[in-house]
Design a protein around this ligand. Structure first.
Ligand SMILES: Cc1ncc(C[n+]2csc(CCOP(=O)(O)OP(=O)(O)O)c2C)c(N)n1
Ligand SMILES: [Mg+2]
Length: 1021
């Protein structure tokens, strides 16, 4: 049978005019269809053919004629049957054994029998084989989308390519990707055409493609220099968006001009490090060599985002490449950077920080988009990733104060090292803020400098996840792994990341897979620990050379042009270097990341505004705070809560406040003055101890809420109170960042119990205690730390007051000069304020003082638990009205104070123990002979007032009484300072619990016995 006869056979066997069933049209595609070739109705009678595939059939037939084994077994069977006279629809039979069925193999048609049912088509049934093949193609496409990244050529060193070792040497797909789909549809099907499902964009404008082409395009999209991880994302819309961004043919096109810009940026990135290496060869700088592409990548993210409307970028980053980013991304003057190497004296306040931790803030023109932008790099400590939540808080605040409710104008960018990204828990905690209504920054762009090493540790020893980026999967962030030695691929990924963030306002990760050309720092010898890796690195050309060679070979630039760009930048560096040599001092103020323009200007630096307020204001706030929503009679309030509101209203009538009201009046009065108040922490809306109730919940309507403090005055500032995620580290960091943006805001973080703050210790130690000194950055952040021994066991008792006191920067041995501005001068000089108020009025004043001060200081406030409802822990309105102020020490005001000469003992104490002491004193009938004074502000130490009290009672012996154990609480802070205040002329006795390893006993009885003992000690004359 010659070829013509065979074809005529195929044609003649068909019933004339028989249409192809519309419902199976999706299954069968045309190969190389020619518009001129009319579809054959006859061929359509065959269930797996249509007229337009005749070319393909012809080819198959020709091949079969010359060698039946050269075609797939299914074609062999078909042609044999056809030649021997089978009727249309009968010639084809499913191949007997395309592959040995797997043990768990189920024919795809058995899973979707409707596809194979005769009812689906107007004529002959579709065979299992046809359906299986098409479903297999779909499966292959999906496999690439889901697992293509596993075999992508991501690593410039080629050391993470174990998965590739099993790759077929031909163009066949990797088993890692397609698993057993290629058992169904094999090499011999490569020329067959398939209709492309809607889940892929590889076809571009074509709807069918030969399998070979489909696979080639999938390989190009998913297995070259970019590995896209996204199929875990639950949103179909988002998955399709990503597919389109990587699969569409020609999507990675770059114009010659764009390539030249990329080359120029890469040249600067490379040139900067090379210059520093030459000029400061023995200095640590944590260079970027091996990931120079980071600079063009960041610039691309910024360009693209700027063109999409972003005006401000808040960035956080580790040590690696920081100087390069400061110079080439932020355009920090090179002289300022070079001066940091010179070991010059500082010309202003602060102890400063090493150069690769410093922050900066710049406003500049983006030359690509011609728009003005603001760039801030937040200063950070050595503690990797700790800056993440701080950046988020700062970003959120910028968005908030700019009314940027969707994050279109302010964008956070976080850079990470591979080891830190997977190793540090704060990364996870920060990711979990990303979608919370009061914490979201509407999408962060994360960039990982994945040099496949952490100091001297290999990834296999530093993480258990396959990728260092796996942590991002928890928030459904797409992850774009990219070979950092393919600059154009990196640029594409950056564009997609910026577009993604703009479109979906969700986090996205760019994983720059690179290497580290030097040791951890420039002085380290990497061959000690990674000899093979570094042998390979030494053979690698720098990225700049690879890319300029590429562009030269493409004819985009000439060698001379490339050199010219290098020389030009070299000249700039040399000039700046010469200018830096002329400098004699460095200035910490050049490195402020959050300047508060206008805040300090025109202010007396030692004058605070008054904190007392008009009684009408107190009454108005208290009334609102004690009422259900006005004009909402149908708002159903819980009966228990109604009782609380009623009790509050009763207090208003009596002109008194309790703790919750003291706090509310402080907030409300600040809001009235235009000060934004933000209270954040676990369960803060109600309050851990069910005392606050800032949000009332409608008992019948879900999510219907009322926030009285947000509705006090029509023109008040906004009030934000928000329950946070169960994280201290991230949430405290976030609030710190928030507080850095606007000095005219009271930002408060409350710990559920004070002792939980230690999971955020890094933020406290590295940022709050030392931030002003290191980075001359101020913050008025308030920490509310419930503290006190209530017999609740070792946990929940101690906020570790002693630690905060130990970190205060005032000298215990130096008595500051007493003057009229003594108190404020002390506040100005210290690193933070530590206090423990015993009355609601004092709480009110100290919170308001945070804003009344002409500078900002962190406030560490020990807050009570049982005192919240203590009948005596109430204050009259009189203590808050105009003319009143925060009392650093509340002196004895009872009978003892009336006859000081008769007082035998003066007890100083702080916090709740005061109420225990006064009750015990009363019971013992010692009110005449023992005076008790409360130290409300512990640090800075109120030397002046303490001395005054001591002088008042010349005959009294001195006792410090505390409920904490002796090695805890304020004792070790107080003792030397009282000695200094009194010039060591009087001995201070201790009355409190003995030393202990545990903060408190777990036994209630023991607790009470200890309390009894300490009270007896304190009062034993
Ligand atoms: C929280 C914390 N722990 C330990 C260190 C000490 N340290 C500094 S750099 C480094 C390795 C970081 O590796 P990676 O995150 O991959 O960044 P790379 O240096 O490779 O760019 C370590 C362990 C640190 N800075 N911070
Ligand atoms: Mg690393």
């Amino acid at each position: 049978m010659n070829r013509a006869r065979a074809m005529s056979y195929l044609l003649s066997r068909a019933s004339p005019g028989m249409p192809l069933g519309a419902s199976r049209a999706w299954l069968i595609g045309a190969t190389r269809s020619k518009a001129s070739a009319p579809p054959s109705a006859a061929l359509a009678a065959e269930p797996f053919l249509n007229g337009s595939s005749s070319n393909y059939v012809e080819e198959m037939y020709t091949a079969w004629l010359s060698d039946p084994k050269s075609v797939h077994q299914s074609w062999d069977t078909f042609f044999r049957n056809a030649v021997s006279g089978a009727r249309p629809g009968e010639a084809y039979t499913a191949p007997p054994s395309l592959a040995e069925p797997q043990a768990n193999h189920v024919p795809l048609t058995s899973l979707a029998p409707a596809l194979a049912s005769p009812q689906m088509v107007s004529d002959a049934p579709i065979s299992d084989k046809v359906i299986d093949d098409h479903l297999a193609v779909q499966g292959i496409i999906r496999a690439y989308q889901a697992r293509g990244h596993l075999v992508a050529a991501l690593d410039p060193l080629g050391i993470d390519r174990e998965a590739l070792s099993e790759r077929h040497p031909t163009t066949l797909p990797s088993k890692t990707v397609v698993r057993n789909y290629f058992d169904y549809i094999g090499e011999s099907d490569m020329e067959r055409s398939f209709k492309l499902p809607l889940s892929t964009f590889v076809g571009g404008s074509e709807t069918t493609l030969p399998l070979k082409e489909i696979i080639k395009r999938l390989e190009d999209a998913y297995c070259r220099s970019i590995g896209v991880e996204f199929m875990f994302i639950n949103s179909l819309e988002q998955c399709n968006w990503i597919r389109q961004k990587f699969e569409t043919p020609g999507i990675m096109y770059m114009s010659a001009q764009e390539k030249r810009l990329l080359l120029a940026r890469l040249t600067r990135s490379h040139g900067f490090e090379a210059f520093l290496a030459r000029k400061f060869s023995s200095e640590k700088r944590f260079g970027l060599e091996g990931c120079e592409i980071l600079i063009p990548a960041m610039k691309q993210v910024i360009d693209r985002s700027t063109s999409l409307g972003v005006e401000s970028f808040v960035m956080g980053m580790p040590h690696r490449g920081r100087l390069n980013v400061l110079s080439n991304v932020c355009r920090k003057p090179l002289e300022h950077i070079f001066c940091q190497f010179a070991g010059l004296d500082t010309g202003d306040e602060g102890s400063g920080d090493v150069k690769y931790h410093l922050g900066t803030y710049v406003e500049r023109l983006n030359r690509v988009t011609n728009k003005n932008i603001r760039l801030a790099i937040v200063a950070n400590p050595s503690h990797l990733e700790a800056v993440n939540p701080v950046v988020q808080g700062k970003t959120r605040a910028e968005q908030f104060y700019h009314g940027d409710s969707e994050g279109n104008k302010v964008l956070s960018v976080l850079l990470h090292g591979d080891a830190a990204f997977s190793g540090q828990g704060i990364v996870y905690e920060t990711f979990h803020l990303s979608e919370l209504p009061q914490y979201t920054t509407h999408g962060t762009i994360h960039v990982v400098v994945n040099n496949q090493i952490g100091f001297t540790t290999d990834p296999r020893m530093s993480r258990s996840s396959p990728y260092c980026t796996d942590v991002a999967r928890v928030v459904n962030a797409p992850i774009f792994h990219v070979n950092a030695d393919d600059p154009e691929a990196v640029m594409h990924v950056c564009n997609v990341a910026a577009d993604w963030r703009h479109t979906f306002h969700k986090d996205v990760v760019i994983d720059l897979v690179c290497y580290r050309r030097n040791g951890h720092n420039e002085i380290d010898e990497p061959m000690f620990t990674q000899p093979l890796m570094y042998n390979r690195i030494r053979k690698l050309k720098p990225c700049i050379d690879l890319y300029s060679d590429k562009l030269v070979s493409e004819g985009v630039v000439t060698k001379e042009e490339a050199k010219e760009v290098r020389d030009k930048y070299e000249k700039i560096l040399e000039e700046a270097f010469a200018a830096a040599k002329m400098e004699t001092r460095v200035f910490n103020k050049h490195w402020i990341d959050s300047p508060w323009s206008g805040f300090f200007e025109g202010k007396d630096p030692l004058r605070a505004s008054p904190t007392g307020i008009h009684e009408d204001t107190i009454t108005h706030i208290c009334r609102r705070f004690s009422s259900a929503p006005p004009n909402a009679s149908d708002f159903v309030i819980h009966r228990g809560l109604q009782r609380i509101l009623n009790a509050r209203m009763e207090m208003v009538k009596e002109r008194t406040i309790d703790w919750a009201m003291g706090e509310a009046v402080a907030f409300g009065s600040l809001l009235k003055e235009g000060i934004h108040v933000r209270l954040s922490g676990q369960d803060v809306e109600r309050g851990t101890f069910s005392h606050r109730h800032h949000i009332l919940h409608h008992q019948k309507v879900d999510k219907s809420q009322y926030n009285a403090l947000a509705h006090l005055y029509p023109d008040q500032a906004p009030y934000t109170v928000c329950n946070s995620s169960l994280s201290e580290y991230a949430v405290l960091g976030f609030e710190l960042g928030f507080s850095m943006t606007n000095p005219n805001a009271l930002v408060i973080w409350e710990a559920q119990f004070g002792d939980f703050h230690n999971t955020a210790q890094c933020i406290i130690d590295q940022f709050i205690a030392s931030g002003q000194s290191k980075w001359i950055r101020q913050t008025g952040l308030v920490l509310l730390l419930p503290h006190g021994m209530e017999g609740m066991g070792p946990e929940h008792s101690s906020a570790r007051l002693e630690r905060f006191l130990q970190m205060t920067s005032d000298d215990p041995d130096i008595l500051p000069a007493f003057s009229s501005d003594f108190a404020i001068r002390q506040l100005s000089d210290i690193n933070w304020i530590v206090a423990s108020c015993s009355t609601p009025a004092n709480l009110f004043h100290i919170l308001r003082r945070q804003i009344a001060l002409p500078f900002r200081k962190p406030l560490i406030l020990m807050t009570p638990k049982s005192l919240l409802r203590h009948p005596e822990a109430k204050s009259p309105f009189d203590d808050m009205v105009e003319g009143t102020e925060f009392q650093r020490v509340i002196p004895e005001a009872g009978p003892a104070s009336k006859n000081p000469a008769g007082v035998k003992r003066l007890i100083f104490c702080s916090g709740k123990v005061y109420y225990d002491l006064t009750a015990a004193r009363k019971e013992a009938g010692l009110e005449e002979s023992i005076a008790i004074s409360r130290m409300e502000q512990i640090a800075p130490f109120p030397y002046d007032l303490v001395k005054q009290e001591c002088d008042k009672y010349p005959e009294a012996e001195l006792v410090w009484s505390q409920e904490e154990h002796k090695n805890m609480g304020a004792w070790s802070y107080i003792q030397p300072r009282i000695a200094t205040a009194l010039n060591c002329e009087k001995h201070l006795m201790y009355a409190g619990r003995p030393v202990s390893a545990s903060p408190a006993t777990g036994n209630k009885k023991t607790h009470l016995r200890e309390l009894k003992n300490l009270l007896e000690d304190a009062l034993a004359l």
